[in-house]
Design a protein around this ligand. Structure first.
Ligand code: GLA
Length: 424
């Protein structure tokens, strides 16, 4: 495929003002903890989305998805969720920029007025955004594989707009804006991890993000004889979004019950396993004996399991980074297996294909750790495998996966790379 600059020129008969590259992410450990005020340990990878952008003057956004061969044109005024999902990742962040202006700019009245202001040549770089832009996007992040292609696109667009209009947004501000865009325009009540990782990535470093304070620390990843390999189930369950949002609600429900007893508890960070057992676990036994309504019991068991997993995982990540600091990758890998067990049995966001891939590699001494990664219900497993054994393991696993699931296994060897940046 032609380089994105040439593609842009072909489409718009003009050179792009700038090009931005934004990576997908892996997450070593800390799953479904970001929206529960826990810790995550993601890293940006060598798969990315690239955008080329240039200004317009007519108040329209012209969007070209090169890989899909689709073009969508929308007025920049009055943006609302669109039927085409990739469009939402673009207009969602544009909407966030306008919302921010609404809060910060006393003169803000409406986008239409802003557009008029542009015509009158009034000052304000943000205001010029209302005059619209052209954008081309392309990338090599497999869609639906749990590698956060959507976050990469949101971050690429926001980073490009930030540069183009000199909005002076920090990377963390952009991460949070992209997260809100995902809530409002894509309908996924996600945490901040994916956008954070895409924007803040550094070569060969994982980032421990405290999702409560948003403080973060870089950890060098020196795997020496080992490498990170992703096995893609090629499954994308339709349930992923609705179940994801349900997990979030179940956790909120559990936390509320704990808070009724322990007033000082603000988030899951303040919750102990004993409190989970006491407030959520023991009640189940009472219900078990006294209430016949199976639905109530089932939902209480689920709330208990979800909260138990979250509290265990928050603790596990903190221990795992100690392993990392000591260079004890064996211990780190064991925790990855434990995380998978929790995600599969307690949090119930795995699927037979993911479980199959993890179970198959578990007894193999050359696999330090393996688990499902990301939101779940499909996507990839992340594995730490001895370099010399990767070829044999992937060959064997592909054959077994095909036999068991009648699907081709896709394998990605990944490296950890720099976060969102300008391409000069
Ligand atoms: C998805 C979400 C993230 C995070 C993970 C699970 O990737 O976008 O915010 O919750 O699932 O850890």
């Amino acid at each position: 495929m032609l380089a994105i600059r040439s593609q842009f020129s072909n489409h718009f008969n003009d050179s792009p003002a700038l090009v931005v590259k934004s990576p997908g992410r892996i997450n070593l450990i800390g799953e479904h903890t970001d929206y529960n005020h826990g810790f995550v340990l993601p890293a940006a990878i060598d798969k990315f989305i690239e955008v080329a952008i240039g200004k317009r003057t007519d108040g329209a956004i012209h969007m070209v998805a090169l890989d899909l061969g689709e073009t969508i044109i929308l007025p920049i005024d009055n943006l609302r969720p669109h039927a085409t999902q990739w469009v939402n990742y673009i207009i969602g962040v544009v909407d966030q920029v306008f919302n921010r202006m609404k809060v910060t700019n006393d003169n803000f009245i409406s986008r239409v007025n802003i557009l008029a202001n542009v015509e009158n040549n009034l000052s304000g770089n943000e205001i010029k955004l209302a005059a619209g832009f052209n954008i081309c996007i392309q990338g090599n992040i497999p869609l639906g594989a749990g590698l956060s292609s959507s976050a990469a696109l949101e971050c690429a667009v926001l980073f490009a707009i930030n540069e183009l209009y000199q909005l002076s947004l920090t990377k963390m501000e952009m991460a949070l804006m992209a997260q809100t865009a995902e809530h409002k325009f894509a309908g996924v009540q996600c945490g901040p991890m994916d956008m954070f990782a895409s924007l803040h990535g550094q070569k060969n470093k994982a980032i421990l993000l405290d999702c409560d304070s948003l403080a973060f620390t870089y950890y060098p990843i020196e795997l020496k004889d080992y490498s990170i390999v992703l096995f893609d189930t090629q499954i994308k369950h339709a349930l992923a979004t609705s179940e994801y949002n349900t997990r979030r609600l179940e956790c909120e429900q559990g936390l509320k019950i704990i808070q009724e007893k322990y007033g000082s508890v603000k988030t899951f960070r303040d919750v102990s396993l004993e409190q989970v057992e006491e407030c959520l676990g023991s009640i189940i036994h009472l219900i078990n004996h006294n209430v016949e309504d199976k639905n109530i019991l089932d939902s209480r068991i689920k709330v208990y399991q979800r909260c138990k997993y979250v509290v265990e995982e928050i603790e596990r990540v903190q221990l795992a980074v100690q392993d990392l600091a000591k260079g004890d990758m064996q211990a780190f890998g064991k925790k990855m297996f434990q995380t998978h067990e929790g995600l599969s049995k307690l949090y119930e966001v795995s699927c037979p294909e993911l479980d199959f891939l993890v179970n198959e590699v578990t007894p193999n001494k050359n696999v330090l750790g393996a688990r499902m990664m990301g939101g779940g219900f499909g996507g990839c497993t992340i594995n730490i495998i001895k370099k010399t054994a990767v070829e044999e393991i992937t060959k064997e696993l592909s054959a077994k996966y095909y036999q068991a699931m009648h699907k081709e296994l896709t394998i990605y060897s990944t490296s950890i790379e720099e976060g969102t940046h300008l391409v000069l």
